[in-house]
Design a protein around this ligand. Structure first.
Ligand SMILES: NC(=O)c1ccc[n+]([C@@H]2O[C@H](COP(=O)([O-])OP(=O)(O)OC[C@H]3O[C@@H](n4cnc5c(N)ncnc54)[C@H](OP(=O)(O)O)[C@@H]3O)[C@@H](O)[C@H]2O)c1
Length: 316
């Protein structure tokens, strides 16, 4: 594992990072650029993107947003997952379906379930690693990114010499300041088992909660994601349980949480993600202005031990 993971970054990362997974697909260019600017103005400087997001549109839009702001932003992109093959059809479906998908969650789920809309894992080769960064830099309109991550890799690929050497070449050329693994716990563990070159580990909150022992931030910068979206995060379950447990809910309100169970559940989940990753970056999707404002306010004041104990009790 690389020494001093933060040393490669030229600016200190914000506590919350902006997840761009829905940019250019569910979220239009206008709404996306507006959300990025609002988050940036509120202090968010970490932007997580990938070639597959929005079938390439997310990187293009993030590139537009970065004009004039590049030196104040940390950009993470990835390699290993490609958008569906029938790109033209997908982009047309995004454009035509966006107004409906924004209103009907069921339609969104149905769209994602179609095999033609599924992203594809690509075989991880040195050639792919070196070609994909060129394509990402072109779409982003920048000469380098800050972190280049293997996107949901097979744990066995993470430790392969040819993969690590290709990543080192990308770094040596100055195309990325650091390289990383963004994937499941086993892939992150594989990164920790080798000498170099990984400086950041990105994994879901649910996986981090499972990980024992938790990764050490002296080994790598830890980035957690899917606070609200992960299947294991239990957002709906938590909101439902709070709604049915008036006593617990009253204690939460006394601890400063919202009277609305759903908003209290969201705040609790974010608090636990922040507490579980105290020195790293917590990624969130921030396109809805209400979510963005609530999440940013939450990150400003960490939860007390009482609230975290209540969360554990409620989820048990
Ligand atoms: N392997 C990987 O590298 C990997 C895997 C998964 C995710 N990621 C990254 O992590 C980012 C975030 O993960 P995610 O998209 O899975 O999940 P997320 O941030 O948990 O968001 C999931 C949903 O929760 C909503 N939300 C956000 N704040 C909320 C709040 N306060 N109350 C209620 N709902 C709220 C979001 O809405 P809005 O969007 O409307 O605000 C979004 O629809 C992704 O965008 C991506 O960049 C990386």
């Amino acid at each position: 594992m690389s020494a001093a993971p933060r040393a490669a970054l030229t600016i200190a990362p914000s506590r919350l990072g902006f997840g761009c997974a829905s940019l250019g697909s569910r979220v239009s260019a206008v709404a996306g650029l507006d959300a990025l600017a609002q988050a940036f103005d509120a202090g968010v400087n970490w932007f997580d993107v990938a070639p597959a997001y929005g079938a390439g549109e997310a990187e293009r839009l993030l590139g537009r947003f970065l004009k004039g702001r590049r030196d104040r932003a940390i950009v993470v992109t990835k390699v290993g997952i490609a958008p569906p093959e029938r790109l033209g059809a997908i982009k047309l479906a995004y454009t035509l379906g966006r107004p409906l998908a924004a209103r009907f969650a069921g339609l969104r789920r149905g769209f994602r379930a179609l095999s033609a809309t599924r992203n594809r894992h690509l075989p991880l080769t040195a050639a792919l690693i070196e070609r994909s960064i060129e394509d990402s830099l072109r779409r982003l309109g920048v000469d380098h990114i800050d972190i280049y991550a293997l996107h949901d890799p097979d744990p066995a690929d993470v430790a392969r010499d040819d993969v690590r050497e290709a990543l080192q070449r990308v770094r040596a050329r100055g195309q990325a300041r650091a390289v990383a693994v963004a994937g499941r716990l086993e892939a992150c563990r594989a990164a920790l088992s080798v000498e170099a070159p990984y400086a950041m580990l990105q994994t879901s909150v649910a996986d981090l909660a499972e990980g024992e022992p938790a990764f050490s931030t002296s080994d790598a910068l830890i980035v957690s994601h899917s606070v609200f979206g992960a299947a294991g995060s239990g957002f709906a379950r938590l909101a439902d349980r709070l709604g049915r447990a008036p006593d617990r809910h009253r204690r939460l309100i006394a601890a400063g949480y919202d009277a609305d169970p759903s908003r209290a559940a969201a705040a609790l989940l974010l608090d636990s993600a922040l507490a579980g990753n105290p020195d790293g970056v917590v990624l969130a999707s921030m396109f809805d202005p209400r979510h963005r404002v609530a999440d940013l306010a939450r990150a400003e004041k960490p939860a007390g031990p009482e609230a975290l104990a209540l969360l554990a009790e409620t989820l048990a």
